[in-house]
Design a protein around this ligand. Structure first.
Ligand SMILES: [Ca+2]
Ligand SMILES: [Ca+2]
Ligand SMILES: [Ca+2]
Length: 223
């Protein structure tokens, strides 16, 4: 294409990427100055993910700009899961709802999280400690980059339902210099009957707030 068209296309792509990766607060405040940057790879926006309500992924990288592992709150490599997978070598980590023991600043919500299973209390439930795989993907003078992945093992957010994934790293609320302050449950701080990015803004975030609308597939895995 011509140089002019290419420039327009590049701008459109940049706007789309920006809109997809970052929540822009109602105050219009930019997220660019935030010290933590989150990029979610899965689910993709508009995807129809999983089967029977589970088997979908949340996969992301979290960049702690200008920080080391300790400041990021990172407490160790993690390979964990339910039952016999929980907290065993070679990379032990706890597996439950609530704040993650390995990445304790992270909040992960879905708008349709139910309260069917023990430990789940609806959309405010922080799902971060259900992540299975946590590792270090970059360490240099600019950032500490961590990768975090979850394969969802039960229909904890329903099936055949439109939902929204919301992810952020909470501010250093206790001012100990470490991003380790995610709550086990996010309250409805603005009392609007929903628990979403606006409540995280009120709680205080150190990162962009990523929101991904997608659908949870309820069909069985075989036709
Ligand atoms: Ca954990
Ligand atoms: Ca802290
Ligand atoms: Ca709310």
């Amino acid at each position: 294409m011509s140089k002019g068209k290419f420039a327009i296309a590049a701008v459109v792509v940049a706007i789309c990427v920006s809109a997809g990766a970052a929540y822009v607060s109602t105050s219009g405040a930019s997220n660019r100055a935030k010290p933590v940057r989150i990029e979610v790879f899965a689910p993709e926006r508009g995807a129809n993910a999983g089967a029977n309500g589970f088997g979908w992924f949340v996969d992301m990288e979290v960049d702690f700009l200008g920080m080391n592992l300790q400041q990021a709150g990172f407490s160790g490599l993690q390979l964990t899961g339910p039952l016999g997978h929980n907290n065993v070598p070679p990379f032990p980590g706890l597996f439950s709802t609530g704040r993650d023991d390995r990445l304790p600043g992270l909040v992960v919500l879905t708008s349709t999280t139910n309260d069917v299973l023990p430990g789940f209390s609806g959309p405010g439930t922080n799902l971060a400690n259900l992540f299975n795989l946590t590792g270090i993907t970059n360490r240099d003078g600019k950032e500490t980059e961590l990768w975090d992945t979850w394969i969802v093992g039960a229909a904890i957010a329903g099936k055949d339902v439109d939902t929204t994934l919301t992810v952020a790293v909470v501010d250093d609320l206790n001012h100990d210099g470490v991003f380790n302050d995610a709550p086990n449950v996010v309250p409805d701080l603005n009392s609007d009957g929903r628990i979403d990015a606006q409540d995280l803004e009120l709680l205080g975030v150190a990162s962009n707030i990523v929101t991904v609308p997608f659908r949870i597939n309820g069909a069985p895995p075989t036709p």
